[in-house]
Design a protein around this ligand. Sequence first.
Ligand SMILES: *[C@@H]1O[C@H](CO)[C@@H](O)[C@H](O)[C@H]1NC(C)=O
Length: 212
Amino acid sequence: MANAMLLPVLLSFLILPFSAMALTQDFCVADLSCSDTPAGYPCKASVTAGDFYYHGLATAGNTTNLIKAAVTPAFVGQFPGVNGLGISAARLDIAVGGVVPLHTHPAASELLFVTEGTILAGFISSGANTPYTKTLYAGDIMVFPQGLLHYQYNGGSGPAVALVAFGGPNPGLQITDFALFANNLPSPVVEKVTFLDDATVKKLKSVLGGSG
Ligand SMILES: *[C@@H]1O[C@H](CO)[C@@H](O)[C@H](O)[C@H]1NC(C)=O
């Protein structure tokens, strides 16, 4: 009886110092040589100021591509210091006529801060499918709630630039058109699940690099 009561008390004394240590740890810089886990990367042993610094967003992304836009990420994979901090960043460059097509970040809300040009942006709510859209100019911010479909495109006559903050170290990116037309999901299936006709599906597959 006495032993049975003593055991949980002893166990909690053994565990408490370790959980207190975990709570008071200042940071956990990602050890990118290990695999990512749902709780983030394991912590790197030797940390320097460079782990909390990233210069990669100073350079404009290459917008010579199909969408005339470039997202330059500063996620945990590029910027290991954000591991475990619930935050990350990116730079968005959109050339004249460019667009970030309808997409979602499954793992983070997004805050867009326009630094140059004009961006037309919007997201669509999940229940009522209500669009929320705005024209953004330099200095404007807009927030896109986690997981909701959204887009940005250049609505001006010069290049547009924005800095983006994410409420997660690895927000993820899924572009709807790429998910539908840039893989080998058979055309009859795509037609069935989108209500689009065969010619449209084949055209989009050919533009976006899909097959089948
Ligand atoms: C930008 O990308 C295009 C297409 O891939 C390429 O031809 C061009 O050299 C790139 N420009 C720069 C500055 O890297």
